[in-house]
Every structure is written in C-alpha cells, then in structure tokens.
Design a protein around this ligand. Structure first.
Ligand SMILES: Nc1nc2c(c(=O)[nH]1)N[C@H]1C(S)=C(S)[C@@H](COP(=O)(O)O)O[C@H]1N2
Ligand SMILES: [Mo]
Length: 234
C-alpha cells in the first residue's frame, strides 16, 4: 500500500484536463520503465490537450494495470462490520441508519466498467456490486429543498458530492463488492461509493454518510483544483 496519496493537487490554476492527460502520459512512461509512475516531473510539463482525449492518448494506456490504494489521511482505522452504520441524513423525510446486513438485504446491482483515476492509471473491466444510491435516496425521501448529495468518509476528511440528478443514475452504486468479493479495507470497505461515469476521485472510500443538501458542496480534491463534474467521457 502506498504510504500517502501520491497524486497531489494539480498546479495552481491548471485545468483538470491538462492534468488528466499528463497523468496518461505518466502512465505511458511508467509502462516502459517498469511500473513506477513519475507524475511529479510530468506535472510541470505543459500540454495543450484536453480531457476528451482528442489525441487518442487514452487508447495508449497499457491494459492490465492494477489498482493503487489512495488515502489522503494515511492509515484509516478499520470499521467493525457489526457496528458499522451508513447514515442517510440531511434534507430527508426519513433519516436512515443502515447496518451492513441492512445494505446486503436490499436489491443488489452489478456492473463492470473500467476504473480510471484522473492522474492516469486505470484498471480495465472491474466488476462492482452494491445498492443503487437512488434506492437509498428514495427510501429516505428527499425534501423539495434537496438538490445535491454529499458523501463523507470515516477517514474523517474526504468528502465528495453529486447533484441529485447525477446521484439518481443507474450506474452510481453504494458498493459492497468489488472484483467479486467484499470491498477490502484498502479499497474503502466495508462500503464505498462507485460513481461509474466519473473519475475515481468521485468514488468516496470508507463511506460513512450520505447527506441530502441544498447545493453541491465541493469535495476534498475539488477544493484543490479538480473539476466538480468528474465525467470521464465529457
Ligand atoms: N476516503 C477517500 N476516498 C477516496 C480517495 C481518498 O484518498 N480517500 N481517493 C480517491 C481517488 S483520487 C481515487 S482514484 C480512488 C482510488 O480508489 P482505490 O484506492 O480503491 O484504488 O478513490 C477515491 N476515493
Ligand atoms: Mo484519483
């Protein structure tokens, strides 16, 4: 496991698109030199390219890369699977506090998709399963003032948000399983978000709370320069 988050914020004022593509370049280099990503040097390179991959760089990503483990806080204490609770709170008619058994008893949705970090590494065709975020939101009953959803982590620091419309997509999961087994602690278990259409930073690990809010609140990396809408495909 990497000791701390190696990705760091983008250079001040730099658009995320540039950083994303630099990350892709870094991974290409890493593929040649044997697996070590050399982002820090490449972060200073200026490349006039955009996130939509007009250059075709995305297609140069080596297949079969493995997951890295990210944490912005250093080691995170493990959750006790018996006492773990996921709160669904905020602007709702019926706040929820869900145990792992509660979550497992709800209908499970599976999907398989490439997982991509904005810094450039990706893992192809990762199977995920869990509860549709939409189902939890519907069960809690958002009030008419709710327009967004904020995720918090029991690491005590990370947060992310989606608009309510994004949160209701059929490819946004409160994930219990990843790669065919329960989400491991390093990958954010027992429960993490998986926001399939967006870059990895939108998928909060060690999920502890889902709060319905009156507006999107910028997340950890967004306060450090990442795009609030993290769409992978524009
Ligand atoms: N709590 C928390 N969630 C997080 C992060 C983090 O540092 N802390 N990193 C994000 C980023 S930038 C990515 S790419 C993915 C990485 O997931 P992984 O560590 O399972 O590979 O988690 C996201 N969720
Ligand atoms: Mo990331």
């Amino acid at each position: 496991m990497l000791p701390a988050d190696p990705q760091g914020p983008p250079p001040d004022g730099a658009p995320v698109g540039r950083r994303a593509v630099l990350g892709l370049l870094a991974l290409g280099v890493a593929g040649i030199v044997g697996g070590r990503v050399v982002e820090s040097a490449l972060d200073r390179v200026v490349a006039p390219v955009e996130l939509r991959d007009p250059t075709g760089l995305v297609s140069l990503l080596p297949a079969g890369a493995t997951f890295r483990y990210y944490t912005v806080t250093g080691p995170v204490p493990k959750a006790d699977p018996v006492t773990y609770r996921l709160g669904v709170t905020g602007l709702v008619g019926h706040p929820l506090s869900l145990s792992l058994d509660d979550l497992r008893a709800l209908p499970q949705t599976s999907l398989t998709k490439d997982f991509r970090c904005v810094t450039g590494w990706q893992v192809l065709q990762v199977p995920w399963s869990g509860v549709l975020l939409k189902d939890l939101i519907d069960a809690a009953g958002p009030t008419s003032a709710a327009t967004a959803v904020r995720f918090s982590s029991f690491d005590g620091l990370y947060s992310e948000s989606l608009t309510l419309e994004q949160a209701r997509r059929s490819d946004v999961l409160v994930a219990l399983q990843m790669q065919g087994k329960p989400v491991t602690h390093d990958h954010g278990g027992p429960v993490r978000m998986y926001v399939a259409p967006m870059f990895g930073y939108k998928s909060t690990k060690w999920l502890s709370g889902i709060e319905l809010t009156a507006g999107v609140q910028t997340g950890y990396w967004e306060q450090r320069g990442y795009a609030v809408d993290g769409w992978i495909d524009g």
